[in-house]
Ligand binder design. Structure first.
Ligand code: ARG
Ligand code: ZN
Ligand code: CA
Length: 235
């Protein structure tokens, strides 16, 4: 097998005062990514969620900060059209995950590009307030990064962005017919079975997100196999 996959990360902080996001916040964000992707975070399943008790998995994917680049830029609303990436291009995206930390606007917490896209826009954009200790409670524990890196590694929302029959291409995430928010009690039933509201690829609060599944792990790891869309990252 591939063993533990280690992804080096470049962080581009693009803010009017780029030092307002501290190095310790960036390191805390890396720690959240590593804990979430190895299933060692301290979040818990909602009480009674026995269906999912054995489903949280270690993805075997880890992240190492390879560099932080700070740009003082007065722009206060970068939108979701990759403008921040055009202004501050990704660095060696074939081998590094690039993360831009900026103000997005429109209440957007983050956005990501799926694998196989244009390398000039490859990576993840995060709202500055979504980093651990940021201002975007209840989304300020670093799980926007976990969710967006999930997309970057080919995961869809667990509801497949459609109704019950719309697939997320992962067999062990139960079907769901839309996003869940807040911190749902268990069970939250929309398509006859309990929704996996605590999955990182739902829209629940950071404090209430808990897991990736084996199926999600396998879908992500397949990208790194020979011929996969992110195999170049291992070289
Ligand atoms: N809305 C964003 C997306 O679809 C991110 C959602 C992040 N959720 C969170 N609890 N941090 O990509
Ligand atoms: Zn998403
Ligand atoms: Ca599924």
């Amino acid at each position: 097998g591939l063993g533990t996959i280690n992804i080096p990360v470049y962080v581009h902080v693009v803010l009017p005062n780029s030092n307002s996001v501290t190095n310790s916040q960036i390191q805390a964000q890396m720690n959240v990514l590593n804990d979430d992707f190895s299933s060692t975070n301290t979040n818990q399943l909602p009480s009674g969620a026995t269906d999912f008790i054995n489903d949280a998995t270690n993805t075997g994917i880890q992240f190492t900060l390879a560099g932080t680049f700070r740009h003082d830029d007065p722009k206060s609303s970068w939108g979701t059209n990759d403008a921040v990436k055009a202004a501050y291009p990704p660095i060696t995206p074939s081998t590094h995950l690039n993360i831009w930390v900026c103000e997005i606007g429109g209440g957007i917490l983050g956005y990501a590009q799926f694998p196989g896209g244009n390398s000039a826009t490859d990576g993840v954009v995060l709202l500055a307030g979504s980093l651990p200790g940021g201002s975007s409670a209840p989304y300020n524990m670093g799980r926007t990064a976990t969710h967006e890196v999930g997309h970057y590694l080919n995961l869809r929302h667990i509801w497949g962005d459609g109704r019950c029959r719309q697939d997320d291409f992962v067999a062990d995430t139960p079907s769901s017919d839309g996003a869940n928010y807040g911190c749902p009690t268990y069970p939250t039933v929309n398509c006859q079975t309990a929704d996996m509201t605590m999955n990182y690829m739902d829209y629940t609060n950071d404090a209430c997100m808990y897991m990736f599944t084996d199926g999600q792990r396998n879908r992500m790891r397949a990208l790194f196999a020979s011929g996969g869309a992110r195999a170049s990252m291992l070289n």
